[in-house]
Design a protein around this ligand. Sequence first.
Ligand code: FAD
Length: 302
Amino acid sequence: MGLTRDFFITLSQNQALNSAAKRWGLKLGAQSVVAGTNIEEMIASVKKLNAQGISATVDNLGEFVYEREEALKAKEEILAVIQAIHDHQVDAHISLKPTQLGLDISYNFCLENLREIIEKANQYGIFVNFDTEDYGHLQPTFDLIDELSADYNNIGTVIQAYFYHSMENIKKYKDFRLRIVKGAYKEPEHLAYQDKKDIDENYIKLIEYHLLNGKFTSIATHDHHIINHVKQFVKQHNIPKDKFEFQMLYGFRKDLQLQLVKEGFHFCTYVPFGNDWFGYFMRRLAERPQNLSLIAKQIFNK
Ligand code: FAD
């Protein structure tokens, strides 16, 4: 399992494969977990989710961008997504990754790209979530949030439970709308828990802390053990349903997504779309090699 995870995470960061895949269209089964390659397809998917009582957080796929032109293109695309969310009046907000907007090129360049995005989203009352990436980009991401949140309050971020120091971060961002996840990247032992049991324990502590704090909490997991625990916890502590939501990725555990809606919980699906799908898809395979069955199904259905 460890070796398989490392293998897919290494592939997810392979620049040559990431670039090549942009020209392939959605392949290898990615079409099951990526909601199309353009805005029209994405909006159609969001409308379907909304009709089922599910809101969406839209990710115009892209990460680890090293060329200014590519980062500027990503910015324009995200601005177009914001416009489309507004024009179609769908129930959706934005998720983005700072490395897609040039964090590795220059901090200030990325800051200005983000400022433009947040300004436009703010005009339309649309929330923008800063996804958290690998450890090397974590502090610069928090620095960006600190600067931008001085001017805007439509920003939130993600806390990754595998880091030993995540409780300090959740305390620092206690007044923000936060998504809490286990963590998707490969991090060394001196920074992050490696065992599922330790990650799960810390994950629960973080979720409970933020829920009790009264700020909006997005519990982003496919793990029914965690979800069941949260259901009990919110009941015991009388935490109102409008103070939290469950989130899952597009294409995963659809029955459970609908079941939670049926039980009256707020639910938000993470909707990735676009040509830059390879890294995202490889991380999904790293998390759960059973996802390889998605590939098999796609191949045999052809
Ligand atoms: P896992 O630990 O992968 O699974 C636990 C158990 O749940 C499994 O053993 C199995 O019993 C069950 N299970 C899981 N998946 C399935 C399935 N498909 N079908 C049936 N049973 C299943 N990571 C980041 O680092 N940064 C981010 O910004 C970020 N954003 C995210 C946003 C969303 C909406 C989600 C859902 C995840 C995000 N992640 C992010 C990824 C996250 O960190 C985890 O890597 C990922 O969610 C896998 O962990 P898990 O909590 O789903 O459960």
